[in-house]
Design a binder for this molecule. Structure first.
Ligand code: 4NP
Length: 159
């Protein structure tokens, strides 16, 4: 099983959406038994919480149900997961500073938009303080990035 962890700040807006989109794409590709996805936050502010209603809504509009509960990213995630995908530079720096990240971590840590051909290496903007259209933009960005991530994993692990 190849395991992917999506990480943002609160684990209620961006990373649960990335998790849901990626799981949807995995099902469509018939790969849900070979690749698994989860999400976490660098903060512990929303532990145990459902995703933000605006993330739930934009996912639903696209036929996707979000079923995650907030949790905090921990050092052990670097043991557990093969890909750890930060939504922005700040999340990346936080993860990179976790004890444990240096053991096997550096090679596993990516930015979500490393996989986005339209804006490689840029941040997935935090939509939390904005309006609904921010969530639509983030959805499109994540959908594109997740597709390319899936291709990369297929190429490197499933051949
Ligand atoms: P996320 O967005 O990192 O995409 O989940 C945020 C959610 C909550 C907060 C900030 C960002 N907050 O300040 O509570």
């Amino acid at each position: 099983m190849v395991k992917v962890l999506f990480v943002c700040l609160g684990n209620i807006c961006r990373s649960p959406l990335a998790e849901g989109i990626f799981q949807y794409q995995l099902k469509q590709a018939g790969l849900e038994n070979k690749i698994a996805a989860a999400s976490a936050g660098t903060s512990g502010w929303h532990i145990g919480e459902r995703p933000d209603p605006r993330s739930i809504e934009v996912a639903k509009e696209n036929g996707i149900d979000l079923d995650s509960f907030g949790r905090k990213a921990v050092s052990e995630d670097f043991e557990e997961f093969d890909y750890i995908i930060a939504m922005d530079q700040s999340n990346y720096a936080h993860l990179n500073a976790l004890p444990g990240s240096t053991i096997k971590g550096a090679a596993k840590l990516y930015l979500m938009r490393d996989f986005d051909e339209k804006g490689k290496g840029q941040d997935v903007p935090d939509p939390y303080y904005g309006g609904d259209d921010g969530f639509k933009k983030v959805f499109t960005m994540l959908d594109r990035s997740c597709r390319n991530l899936l291709e990369e994993i297929k190429e490197h692990h499933l051949r």
